[in-house]
Unconditional design. Structure first.
Length: 472
């Protein structure tokens, strides 16, 4: 078993997973497969999936083969990807073919798309001719396209049908549909409308489908980016949306459960980028140390080189530092304030761009709002900076007769650096999105490093003006 000795395994769905895994392992060792089957079929699919992960590769195929065919498909869907791949390798071709044929096309496409090419080719060849055609067609779309998410299992009706004919059609073919909340009206294969099922149920059976149509519907492009689907579901609050190809031909539908998976993946990727790392493709505890280093090290090297520019910038003001050593005391305060304000702004703007709260065409309003907010924040911090110098002079006298000029230097520097950092954090994500890159790539460490370097230049430039004739 995969659980470590003495470490309790969390229960899933009210099931004591560790105890159940021990019990099943004992039944497997004793070859008491009838009792094992009774234990397994009584569980919900997520619990069986957790049990298979707990038992490990040596027993997963035994448990899986005892499941009814329909339950086996649900269990495979509930397994993490690495466990899916391990299980498919352990099963015979006949078992794999039956499972893949029963999987929904979108879930099957996601699984096949993540496997190595040679494994995908072998599994596709195991499918029935009809399912193989569907799989090949869906795998033909770009990896992050909406076409990879769609399923061809939906119900379509014709405008000239009566409601009775439409409902008879739903009864005949609806059991294979991904969802029955919505039916789609087509003419010559082209989508012309979508109708909620309640509309069909609440009208006279002899009425025509055309009487319900308003020709207003939302559709997704098959070659569009999956993030478009996430935004569309969020905007329209639908459980399913149709996918169309060229000339509006209906190709399939995308359901909200698949879009939620995409949203989670995108959020995870953005969080990793915001933390200054490439996105991880595997769970944290599963990813190899070598892969983790490869994804984190390039960013850290880049940021390290950027921070070296900070030392270079300070070296350019060596003479000023030698004449007024007091300036060195406030370097951490200045650059951290600028970096923090830039990171704040970048986080807010990236989130707004991702959710659609702000768009590129709103750049003028966004910059104006951020400049106003940063100015107020900068003035408050400037006042605190001046007060810090004043209190230091009052209780320690360490700034000399020019303490007020030093305080003014610190205050003005804080104002300018905070304003500059906020503008950089605001503009950089928008520029990246305009260039077609992920806005999250302007991660908070990257913005902070950029503002650190430029903040040093701003600080000593202000000092050279304000303190000229006094300390400099």
């Amino acid at each position: 078993m995969s659980a470590e000795e003495g470490v309790p395994t969390p229960a899933t769905g009210g099931v004591d997973l560790a105890a159940l895994a021990r019990r099943c392992a004992e039944l497997i060792d004793a070859r008491r497969f009838g009792e094992l089957r009774a234990e397994v079929v009584a569980l919900d699919p997520p619990d069986v999936a957790a049990l298979i992960v707990e038992l490990g590769p040596e027993s997963e195929a035994v448990v899986f083969r005892l499941l009814p065919r329909d339950a086996a498909t649900d269990v495979l869907d509930a397994l993490p990807f690495d466990a899916q791949e391990s299980l498919l390798r352990a099963l015979g071709d006949a078992d794999v073919a039956a499972i893949l044929d029963d999987m929904s096309p979108d879930d099957r496409t996601e699984l096949l798309g993540d496997l190595p090419g040679r494994v995908t080719k072998r599994l596709v060849n195991l499918l029935s001719p009809a399912e193989r055609e569907v799989a090949v067609r869906l795998l033909g779309y770009p990896e992050d396209s909406i076409g990879r998410l769609m399923t061809p299992d939906y119900v379509q009706v014709k405008p000239h049908w009566t409601i009775r004919e439409a409902l008879d059609h739903v009864r005949l073919y609806g059991r294979d549909s991904e969802t029955l909340n919505v039916v789609y009206v087509t003419e010559g294969g082209r989508l012309v409308d979508d109708l909620r099922m309640r509309e069909l149920l609440l009208i006279e059976p002899d009425a025509r489908v055309a009487e319900l149509m308003d020709h207003e519907y939302v559709a997704l492009p098959a070659h569009g980016d999956q993030e478009e689907a996430v935004a569309a579901f969020r905007r329209h609050e639908r459980t399913a949306l149709p996918v169309v190809g060229e000339e509006g031909v209906l190709l399939g539908i995308v359901t909200v459960d698949d879009v939620l998976d995409v949203a989670e993946e995108e959020a995870t990727e953005d969080i990793h980028l915001l933390g200054g790392s490439q996105a991880f493709d595997e769970p944290y505890l599963s990813i190899r140390i070598r892969t983790m280093v490869a994804k984190r090290l390039p960013w850290l090297v880049l940021l390290f080189l950027g921070q070296m520019l900070t030392a270079t910038a300070m070296a350019g003001f060596e003479e000023a530092l030698s004449q007024a050593l007091v300036l060195a005391l406030f370097v951490p305060l200045i650059i951290s304030s600028g970096g923090n304000s830039g990171s704040q702004a970048a986080t807010l703007i990236i989130r707004a761009l991702t959710t659609g709260e702000a768009r590129l065409r709103d750049w003028g309003r966004v910059v104006a709002r951020e400049a106003a907010a940063a100015s107020i924040i900068g003035l408050v911090l400037a006042a605190l900076g001046f007060a810090r110098v004043g209190l230091g002079q009052a209780f320690g006298g360490g700034f000399g007769d020019a303490w007020a000029w030093v305080g003014l230097t610190i205050g003005l520097s804080l104002l300018f650096v905070v304003l500059w950092g906020s503008l950089v954090g605001t503009i950089l994500p928008m520029v990246l999105q305009r260039l077609g890159a992920d806005p999250a790539a302007s991660s908070t460490p990257f913005v902070a490093t950029l503002v650190d370097v430029t903040g040093i230049v701003l600080y000593f430039s202000v000092a050279s003006v304000v303190l000229r004739g006094t300390l400099l």
